[in-house]
Design a protein around this ligand. Structure first.
Ligand SMILES: *Cc1c(COP(=O)(O)O)cnc(C)c1O
Length: 355
């Protein structure tokens, strides 16, 4: 059985060996203030910086999930007003969670078929943080090139926060174009769930100091203080940090992974066109490289997912308002060419005998 679910997803090939190594190493019984843990945390952060090309003046925090990042940003960085720019269910959820903590949020919804119209944004002067989803996992869109750069130029005084949960580790992100980036590891990193990564610029610390929020175990400034010694405020997911270190050691730089994922995405979309499978997103500029969404009527979607399961493939269910009319296929780095060939062979047969 191969899972093509866009998270949790197929694990990296060597995960089993890495799990055994983690147990044998004794690190899982070590205190999270111990020199051994500090060494692990430090090495992992520095590998992330090197392999993902994170700017020198940006820093990294280990948290528990992307959802936690939504809350950290709301409680510690927004204070009273944020703008949420989204076209799908994850961006909307982020706004909903923020609204529970901050009463005054503004939203700008845009079409899944078009670019964000930056000039049309009437951003309130009160707004502290602009929130965007780089890769919208619910519908398979990505923010087009140049958009973040433009927002940054127009609003240099605001913080830009980017949810890159289903693209970080799979595509090359230009971190300098925003202040806060976060992801969890069960998508492009090919790891078990339960670890989040939050990356931030020096400007974020400046703004956080003005708000000076320290009421929570995961208050941004408390996390930053602890990470100065490569520690966390709570006992972290040591196992997952260990696994992250192992795969970062094995994987090439993000520029090389990005080339491979882009090539595979092009191949996927070309293949789908050839078999006349209908993708939800038709504009190549807005189409995600890591999450491919196919649409059809409810019966068709239901039947193909069942048949796929029968043939050994788990497809990703549709999500949010696309729950019944789509299914999703992950294009994450953990897949081998053979995995993809096998699934495409199944899809070729299915579409040619059922359309
Ligand atoms: C999966 C996902 C999340 C949620 O991740 P958790 O680890 O469950 O918190 C948030 N945003 C996006 C874009 C996602 O794909």
């Amino acid at each position: 059985m191969i899972s093509f679910y866009p998270g949790p997803s197929k694990l990296n090939e060597n995960t089993k060996a890495h799990l055994i190594e983690a147990v044998d190493s004794g690190i899982l019984s070590m205190n999270h203030r111990s020199p051994d843990f500090i060494e692990l945390s430090k090495t992992t952060a520095s590998l992330l910086r090197e392999k993902l090309s994170i700017p020198k003046d940006y820093n990294i925090l280990f948290i528990s999930s992307a959802t936690e990042a939504w809350e950290i940003i709301a409680q510690s960085l927004i204070k009273n007003h944020s703008l949420h720019i989204f076209n799908g269910a994850f961006g909307e959820k982020w706004m909903d969670y923020t609204q529970k903590l901050i009463s005054d949020v503004q939203c700008y919804r845009y079409s899944i078929h078009s670019k964000i119209q930056i000039e049309a944004l009437a951003i309130s002067p009160k707004c502290k943080v602009i929130c965007l989803t780089q890769n919208e996992t619910s519908n398979g869109t990505q923010i087009c090139n140049g958009v973040l750069e433009k927002i940054q130029k127009l609003y240099p005084e605001k913080l830009i926060a980017v949810d890159a949960t289903s693209s970080m580790g799979g595509v090359a992100l230009d971190f300098a174009q925003a202040d806060i980036w976060f992801a969890s590891v069960q998508k492009c990193f090919g790891l078990p769930s339960g670890l989040g990564i939050l990356i931030y610029s020096p400007k974020v610390v400046e703004k956080a100091n003005l708000i000076a929020e320290r009421s929570h175990y995961n208050s941004f400034l408390s996390l930053v203080d602890r990470m100065k010694d490569f520690q966390t405020t709570h006992t972290p997911n040591i196992l997952n940090i260990f696994l992250l270190r192992k795969i970062l050691e094995e994987r090439p730089s993000i520029e090389i992974i990005d080339k491979q994922i882009s090539k595979r995405a092009d191949q996927w979309y070309g293949f789908l066109k050839e078999i006349s499978a209908e993708t939800l997103i038709t504009n190549p500029e807005c189409r995600s490289k890591t999450v491919i969404t196919l649409q059809g009527n409810e019966n068709f979607i239901d039947a193909i997912k069942k048949e796929a399961l029968h043939s050994g493939f788990v497809m990703g269910n549709g999500y949010g308002r696309w729950a019944k009319s789509t299914f999703r296929i992950a294009n994450f780095p953990a897949y081998t060419s053979e995995d993809i060939e096998k699934l495409q062979k199944f899809l070729l047969n299915y579409y040619s005998s059922n359309s």
